[in-house]
Design a protein around this ligand. Structure first.
Ligand code: M6R
Length: 614
């Protein structure tokens, strides 16, 4: 949601800011704007719609030259996506301009107070309250940084604010509470942004900011303080990917690139996890073994695709550790008074590490004295920072709004955690763990094999272009894969798609089946138990009622094949690992169909990459 950037240095701020906003487009937005500090004061431009509208406006009426400014892509919350509601917002005097990500919960009362004092508002946003307060406070306090602290102490809710003051050239002040903000440290130039993609072109050195901190940046440095003005700790780090990772590299969509990156991403997530004696090592787990041995319940909390990764993980973790494992949607978790004790291990899964609901769930769990392990793809994000330990997935930046490599690497990280717990609790022998790890290490090659055969799914997308509704069925770990297949289609194609556990079919969903309805079925590997045969029966049931069956099953599955209108062959893998290969054709199918329908695959309508408000 909302992308924020601030720049101060020797370059033309407009170019840096527009470039940075372009790299943050993936976060999701519906208007964009920029403000620079020029010799004659602040100059602003803002437009509803895509960044291209703002760029066209700037081409017609360029801003004055300036080497300091702020920019924003807005995902509307308070007030529609209009030119007037787009950020930056200026104070009534025109002295300061502010961009904001988050929601200022007490904006209505603050606005009423300001209006009673004669302030006239130009927009319907909560943000403008911060701009007006800052404009008044800077006159009183004298410096932008002091004014920012004073304003932050009056705001409730979630916010990242970045501000410029026409009377303080060469200086940007930013603050954060519950919303992301990172500082980019260049040579003689500095950046602040919602994420590092905004400035990766210029520097790979970054600084994480903590909760309730204010940072003042000038071309030569930065100073971090708390909301009360004391010096505050900050954490410099090196970004371990470069500009090429944030570019499409010849693909039409980031999503397509990310689908094809999955074997590499999974390999990287598995890399370096065994010690010289073949024992699994997770260096990042800073919870001692005695404490892990005491864990008697695991609760996985996540949203969207990450939640489905958690559903897959539950099967594996319970099977390997024999510890009960619940999976819960983060937005529901803390509102139902969950039973969390100091021996509960809470595992959060988040690609971005900034999802507000997941973050709030962590805080709730820690208040109950549970230990929290985060599985996250974004170095230094708020969720890992606020957790007791983190297992990073090494997927590289995921820019397509639809999560793909995020999903598969999250599953792999959960498997590593499950096997580690099994090792610590001795619920599996060392050689069993080693065998499973060695099976896992073969997964990237098998995923590559699936990627090499995706032409079939491209053809299928062409055949299904007129469909209005599609169903996805699966059982056991195939069930979350079915849900994920349906979610990918919904978010990219805007078609009605549902995922069901195949065993539930006769309890209701089968009524949806009619002539020609495409039904995708994820079939468990043959042999191990009766699940396979039951799913094959389900395929026959829907086919008998006119469904067009797309059957994803293991190669050589001659029992499922006769009932498949389209048979999608998957490599042989153990049941628990099947999601890693089965999800790929579904991801690709959704990407293809949305492309054929003329949709923006990387930035589907109404969606934001990371949902930083509740
Ligand atoms: O960054 P997170 O993993 O916390 O995001 C969670 C969901 O918002 C995310 O997975 C969402 O469902 C994706 N757009 C699905 O493709």
């Amino acid at each position: 949601m909302c992308g924020i950037i601030g720049y101060v240095g020797p370059r033309q701020a407009q170019d840096v800011i527009i470039g940075g906003l372009r790299r943050m487009e993936y976060r999701g937005y519906d208007s964009a704007g920029i403000a620079v500090v020029a010799d004659a004061g602040l100059a602003l431009a803002k437009k509803a719609g895509k960044l291209a509208n703002l760029v066209a406006e700037l081409a017609e009426s360029p801003l004055p030259p300036s080497t300091q400014g702020i920019g924003h892509t807005r995902w509307a919350t308070h007030g529609g996506p209009t030119d007037g509601n787009a950020h930056p917002h200026a104070s009534q005097t025109g002295r300061v301009a502010v961009v904001h990500n988050g929601i200022i919960e007490n904006f209505a009362s603050l606005r009423a107070d300001l209006e009673a004092e004669g302030v006239t508002f130009a927009s319907e946003t909560d943000t403008e309250v911060a701009a007006q307060l800052l404009g008044r406070e800077v006159e009183r306090a004298g410096s932008l940084v002091d004014a920012m602290r004073a304003v932050c102490n009056r705001l409730e809710g979630a916010f990242t604010l970045v501000a410029v003051d026409a009377l303080s050239p060469g200086r940007i002040v930013a603050a954060r509470r519950n919303s992301p903000l990172v500082v980019g440290v260049g040579v003689g130039e500095m950046f602040v942004a919602s994420d590092v993609a905004a400035f990766i072109e210029y520097t790979r050195e970054a600084v994480e900011l903590g909760q309730d901190q204010v940072v003042e940046v000038t071309p030569d440095g930065y100073e971090v303080t708390s909301f009360t003005g004391e010096a505050a700790p900050s954490h410099p780090y090196h970004i371990d990917w470069d500009l090429s990772a944030a570019e499409k590299g010849g693909y039409d969509w980031f999503m397509r690139k990310e689908i094809f990156e999955q074997p590499r991403a999974v390999s990287d997530t598995l890399l370096g996890r065994l010690d010289g004696e073949g024992r699994l090592v997770l260096d990042e787990i800073r919870i001692d073994d005695a404490e892990l041995r005491r864990v008697d319940k695991i609760v996985i909390v996540a949203c969207g695709t990450a939640f489905y990764a958690g559903m897959v993980a539950k099967y594996a973790i319970e099977h390997w550790t024999r510890v009960p494992c619940e999976v819960e949607i983060a937005s529901e978790f803390r509102y139902r008074d969950p039973i969390i004790t100091p021996t509960t291990l809470v595992v959060t899964i988040s690609q971005s590490g900034e999802t507000a609901d997941t973050l709030m769930a962590i805080r709730h769990a820690r208040e109950q004295h549970a230990k929290v392990i985060a599985i996250c793809n974004t170095n230094g994000a708020t969720i890992p920072r606020e957790s007791d330990a983190v297992i990073y997935t090494h997927a590289g930046p995921e820019i397509g709004v639809a999560s793909t490599k995020g999903f598969t690497t999250q599953i792999v990280a959960c498997y590593l955690l499950g096997l580690y717990l099994a090792q610590v609790k001795e619920t599996k022998y060392g050689d069993e763990i080693r065998d499973l790890l060695s099976e896992l290490e073969q997964l990237p090659a098998k995923m590559q094999h699936v990627l090499d055969g995706l032409d079939q799914m491209a053809g299928l997308a062409r055949d299904f272009i007129g469909c209005k509704s599609l169903l996805f069925l699966g059982r056991h770990v195939g069930y979350p894969v079915a849900l994920e297949g349906a979610l990918k289609l919904k978010e990219l194609s805007y078609l009605h798609a549902e995922g069901f556990p195949a065993g539930e079919l006769k309890h209701g969903p089968i009524a949806l089946v009619e002539d020609g309805l495409p039904v995708f079925v994820v079939v468990p590997p043959q042999g191990r138990d009766q699940l396979h045969d039951k799913v094959v029966s389900n395929i026959q049931e829907v086919r008998a009622r006119g469904a067009l069956t797309v059957v994803l099953a293991e190669e050589g599955d001659d029992e499922a094949r006769p009932y498949a209108d389209i048979f999608v062959e998957l490599p042989k893998v153990p049941t628990l690992f099947q999601p890693l290969v089965a999800v790929i054709p579904l991801q690709f199918f959704a990407c293809e169909l949305a492309t054929l329908l003329g949709h923006d695959v990387d930035q589907p309508r109404n969606l934001a990459k990371s949902v930083t408000v509740e």
